[in-house]
Design a protein around this ligand. Structure first.
Ligand code: CA
Length: 238
């Protein structure tokens, strides 16, 4: 079930690892480029738009986290999902990567089939952006938050909020269902379509980031102790 012709940029400085990744992705039907440094990655991204990026965190010229932050923020953030593939597996690093805009995190050594499943999932989610889930592209609004599924713009109190693709999908899920309580597991599967492989702490990390980015409107995302989260219609609803 290869994704035909998905274009993947592999940012990885270890030649053996880059080869293994390229080999498996190509066998999987992807078209692969590799970049061994942050600089080479920036050059490549300046001329090519990939469908997916795999990112090592320990690069010779830049930290992968810094590169990630740079790619995912700014006036024209990288739209392609990023899967971090790193030997670092401590919670702090994982959460930092997710907060910086990574869509998924795989630790080395990885199991090839699992990595490819995650690649497929990231690509599938990408192709359903704009909320094909509900098929509804009308602007959304809850309290001081408004979201446009077509342009994927979010406003809080009228100011633009730069959300990553995952953050947008997650918040839009809440904004469509104000007041309803969802467990972390429901949010993994129903909001992010992440078939159980996303860990629940991933949801917590995304919620923290969304709240921070929303500013005062972030209070609308309410923790329901022992259960999960819900979106209040107004910041003072509680
Ligand atoms: Ca490395």
């Amino acid at each position: 079930m290869a994704k035909s012709n998905a274009r993947v940029l592999v940012i990885e400085d270890e030649p053996d690892m880059a080869r293994v990744l390229s080999y498996n992705l190509e066998r999987h039907g992807c078209k692969v480029w590799t970049a061994g440094t942050g600089r080479a990655a920036r050059d490549r991204l300046g001329s090519d738009v990939p469908d997916l990026v795999l990112l090592d965190l320990r690069l010779p010229d830049v930290s992968g986290l810094e590169l990630l932050e740079e790619l995912k923020s700014g006036p024209s953030p990288l739209a392609a999902p990023v899967i971090v593939v790193s030997a670092l597996g401590d919670e702090e690093t994982v959460v930092a990567a997710l907060n910086s805009g990574a869509d998924d995190y795989v630790t080395k050594p990885f199991r090839t089939r699992e990595l490819l499943a995650r690649v497929d999932r990231a690509l599938a989610r990408r192709s359903t952006t704009g909320d094909a889930v509900s098929g509804d592209a009308a602007p959304l609004r809850a309290g001081s938050i408004s979201m446009d599924p077509e342009t994927r713009e979010t406003l809080a109190h009228g100011s633009p909020v730069p959300l990553t693709r995952t953050e947008f999908d997650l918040l839009a899920f809440f904004v469509r269902r104000p007041g309803r309580v969802f467990t972390r597991q429901q949010l993994c599967t129903d909001a992010l379509g992440a078939g159980g492989s996303v860990q629940e702490r991933t949801i917590d990390a995304h919620i923290r980031t969304i709240r921070r980015k929303l500013g005062p409107a972030g209070k609308q995302l309410v923790t329901v102790w022992g259960i999960g989260y819900r979106l209040a219609e107004t910041p003072d609803a509680d």
